[in-house]
Design a protein around this ligand. Sequence first.
Ligand code: PLP
Length: 382
Amino acid sequence: METKAYFDYNATTPLSDAAKLAWLEAADTAWLNPSSPYRAAARVHARMENARESFAEAFAVEPQRVVFNSGATEGNNAVFAHWQQTLPKRSKVAVSPTEHPSVIESAKHFFKERVLWLALDEYGAVDIAALADVVLAGEVVAVSVMAANNETGILNPWQKIAEVCAKQQVAYHCDASQWIGKLPLDGLSNCDYVTGCAHKFGGPRGVGFLMLPQGAARFQSLHGGAQQGERRAGTEDVAGVLAMLAAFEAATCGQPEARDAFMRQLQSTIPEVQLVCKHGPRLWNTASVLMPEFASERWIRALEKRGFLVSAGSACSSGKEGPSHVLAAMGVDATVARRVLRMSSGSRATAEDWSLLADAIQLVYDELRSAAEGSTSRVITL
Ligand code: PLP
């Protein structure tokens, strides 16, 4: 079946036209190694440095704070590795339990039992009062809390977290992969470390960036050549960087109307559908819902047959067993969590697509129910 509508933008986005043009142009004209000794290479190097300046300007930071890399997984790992090397021995870091696995696993790997898992509020965001207590009590020397959650779309109060941490001189890392390209960047310059990746906002995969604190000393994410001021060894992907910049400049902040209309339509036909986090602030493009029956995989397969691509949560974890760690941290029962569907829209998803998706879910529900009624398999449905 041909894909009618893609609703998995939080996993990855299609390459935007602007990014594709920039990429192809740079692949032709900027493919020299920017560190080579001739003038032609210096011109390629200059294009990359111009891109760094444009990024820095958009984020309202000094260009020296921007390091290009392979994406948010690398950036998140690099921050924890750096903390482990530079923070006082035996010090603790505070991390939200709803972070992306690239943060959770880095925290566990580098800090082991010295990770303090932060409490959540009733909306599934990090509880700012509890976090402030931890920081004010001097329990931790660094904090890592994402801006927007990839599975649920729930927004954390990262602007306030940055303030609290700055006052106590506690380092703050914000994984803003799902925020950048969707919402205004105001205030991100107040975070010490920010990670992001191009493929969440219409750029290519395998390109991203890390913002470092002003004047960060001794930061070295990969060992090798002296590229990027010795902060990240490896020949730079200039075409990727230029495509990422073009995608970033073309990305637009959206509105939640079509997603909200979808929810109303869906709940008018299947009233038992529950929205994960109904009341707190959420990304405008994401609907994370708990279905009344049937495991996520069955919905995903059946919807794909009808031309709709949706997900159960994090694409990175979909090969792993067990329900979502994000929903578990929010106190969602494991059996219920296995019925989650995540729909996330972007540049090419229209209001009509959302409406057609709601129709398709209704039809699939009828189909799954009649199949279950006609067989003994009902006992194994969740
Ligand atoms: N952080 C968040 C919040 C994400 O959504 C993702 C992507 O799924 C990542 C990190 C990892 O990004 P990348 O694919 O660039 O390694």
